[in-house]
Design a binder for this molecule. Structure first.
Ligand SMILES: Nc1nc2c(ncn2[C@@H]2O[C@H](COP(=O)(O)OP(=O)(O)OP(=O)(O)O)[C@@H](O)[C@H]2O)c(=O)[nH]1
Ligand SMILES: [Mg+2]
Length: 584
């Protein structure tokens, strides 16, 4: 199936032509038929000579209903521009064409209707010249009469040729079905319709709906008036939603593949049309079937920031249109450059932002996004419309490579600084590092730790467990120098103070294995234990405390806790009479 939207001035014969081609009535409302004027969108379809199907979205031409027209053409990639031979080019011919151009519609046909009333030549020439200046370029033209049927076979053949030119739909893309109608069917509940421009829909699918806490479920699908289990783009579809009240959604809402879109009310865009400086402060943004008032803040000559009155599911690269409803003026198309732009708080931020935007063209650019955002979750990028084809640095975090390198260096510096300021702590707590580096997630700190640093017990420090803060290492060295030849003499408490070995320093040295603590303020060098066992083994067994004290050339202050430690370690055993033996 392919979908074409009509376009053209009021009363130029759009609906008559659609009726003649399809045998279906596009003007659905009694009021439309009574007034002989299209008010809202109409839908009809027919089979072409090739066997393919064309579905029409028939739009109103009256100037009052341009917003309805825009809701119809927004999601449709091809246009049938209708100009009456007897009236020629008129204001809404121009306004509709400006809208198609702003949206970047590149495929179209010109039908010059009412050719039974006047020579179609002049209207054709003027219209082709106008159209040639737009995104549609040179289009085929067919003169027709909805009344006599003249030209209809040629128009059908031209529609077939147009269909053959259209690019293949992106069937694997996520679904963003802009709702153009919603109604209730007795017994089925809420039904919405729209033009499915990409992706597939199946009965049973879960879809996201802005403002709904839970996904909505597709209960039934219709296309071209028939129930189907599945619909693939491009297609006109009617979706029956389970358990979604009718008032929950309407024109301008969108049904979305879950996890693939973010609703945003702030976007930076490039203008194709009026310069930024000429835009009024408020305009209406039309995208898909939505129309939302926006506040316009110029940034660069052709870039502006738009603050939307309500959030929309927009992606980088989306095309939209700005219109001044008061003046009936299409200000031009916009291309979405950023759907999550940074705030512009400080002075000069707007100018700096304009420079950044000058480099962007709306094509999703992973490397550029990473450079600008430095660290971001893969899911967040995907929801901006930026495909992710890079390895995460940790979890689902992606990082700009240069920024990641800098973070690694910063982490090493912070750990070194922390070691200097807190020489006795065994490393810097991971959470303190996370805060210092302003990282949003602990896993990022963990991923940044590389040898010789390591994480131990929630702290980042040097990999070597023996590394001692310098003052403590020096003190231990002096203990070694002074006591190396009398290893069972422990420095007295005042000597420890002189050496700068307070309880915290001793704790650090003991944790590092540089000192052995027997009791408060009683420390030996760590090799003393093995030496003591050797000396004691040379004594007649069993031996007394006093014999041990003499053999070790030490005092009770050391001997008592030393023997108790050896008992606990199973190197000696205490007998019932308090004598001991060395266990061999
Ligand atoms: N003689 C003649 N009259 C036509 C032809 N096409 C349309 N008309 C008449 O022109 C009037 C307007 O036709 P519509 O088809 O309603 O025009 P429209 O473009 O759909 O109008 P809107 O939807 O209101 O913008 C009707 O009275 C039609 O009968 C044609 O090819 N020949
Ligand atoms: Mg009509």
């Amino acid at each position: 199936m392919f979908v074409v939207a009509t376009a053209g001035h009021v009363d130029h014969g759009k609906s008559t032509l659609v009726r003649a081609l399809t045998g279906m009535e596009p003007d659905r409302w009694a009021e439309e038929r009574r007034r002989g004027m299209t008010i809202d969108l109409g839908f009809a379809w027919t089979t072409l000579p090739s066997g393919g199907t064309v579905a029409f979205v028939d739009v109103p031409g009256h100037e009052r209903f341009v917003p309805n027209m825009l809701a119809g053409v927004g999601p449709v990639p091809a246009a049938l521009i209708v100009v009456a031979a007897d009236e020629g080019w008129m204001p809404q011919s121009a306004e509709h064409l400006a809208a198609l151009d702003a949206l970047g519609v590149a495929y179209g046909l010109l039908a010059v209707t009412r050719a039974d009333l006047a020579d179609p030549g002049p209207a054709t020439a003027r219209a082709r010249a106008e159209i040639a200046e737009t995104s549609l370029g040179a289009v085929p033209a067919v003169a027709v009469s909805g009344l006599t049927g003249a030209g209809l076979p040629q128009l059908r053949a031209a529609l077939d040729r147009l269909a053959a030119q259209l690019p293949a739909p992106a069937l694997d893309d996520p679904v963003r079905l802009w709702v153009d109608r919603s109604f209730t069917v007795r017994g089925s509940g809420t039904v919405v319709t729209g033009t499915l421009g990409a992706g597939r829909l199946r009965v049973g699918d879960e879809l996201e709906l802005a403002g709904a806490d839970e996904p909505v479920r597709v209960r039934g699908l219709h296309s071209l008036g028939e129930a189907r289990p599945e619909a693939a783009a491009v297609a006109r579809v009617a979706v029956n939603l389970r358990g979604t009240p009718r008032d929950r959604l309407g024109r301008g809402d969108a049904l979305l593949t879950p996890g693939r879109f973010r609703h945003t009310d702030l976007v930076d865009v490039r203008l194709a049309g009026d310069p930024a400086a000429d835009l009024p402060a408020t305009l209406t943004l039309h995208v898909g079937s939505a129309a939302v008032p926006v506040r316009v803040r110029p940034l660069g000559p052709d870039t502006v920031r738009l603050r939307l009155a309500r959030p929309l599911p927009l992606l980088v690269g989306d095309r939209a249109l700005l219109r001044d409803p008061g003046r009936h003026h299409v200000s031009g198309g916009v291309r979405v450059l950023d759907v999550a732009p940074p705030p512009l708080g400080r002075r000069g931020a707007a100018a700096a932002r304009a420079q950044v935007l000058a480099e962007l063209d709306g094509r999703p650019d992973l490397a550029g996004e990473l450079r600008r955002r430095r660290l971001i979750r893969a899911g967040a990028l995907i929801r901006m419309g930026v495909p992710v084809h890079a390895e995460p640095v940790a979890g689902d975090w992606l990082a700009d490579p240069a920024h990641w390198r800098r973070l690694g260096e910063q982490l090493a510096e912070e750990v070194a600084r922390h070691a200097r300021e807190h020489p006795l702590e065994p490393g810097m707590p991971v959470d303190a590092l996370r805060q210092r580096l302003a990282l949003p997630d602990r896993v990022l700190v963990e991923a940044l730790v590389r040898p010789p640093l390591r994480i131990h017990a929630g702290r980042v420090g040097a990999a070597s467990a023996n590394a001692l803060p310098e003052p403590v290492a020096l003190a231990v060295q002096r203990v070694r120098a002074e006591y190396g030849d009398r290893p069972f003499r422990a420095p007295e408490a005042d000597r420890l103070v002189d050496l700068g070995l307070g309880p915290r320093e001793i704790g650090a040295a003991v944790r590092a294995g540089a000192l052995l603590r027997l009791a408060d303020n009683v420390v030996l060098l760590p090799d003393a234990l093995d030496d003591a066992v050797r000396v004691l083994a040379g004594l007649p067994q069993p031996f007394t405390l006093s014999a041990a004290r003499q053999a070790l050339d030490t005092t009770r202050r050391v001997a008592v806790p030393l023997l108790e430690l050896l008992d606990r370690r199973g190197a000696t055993r205490r007998l019932p009479d308090d004598a001991r033996i060395v266990v061999t």
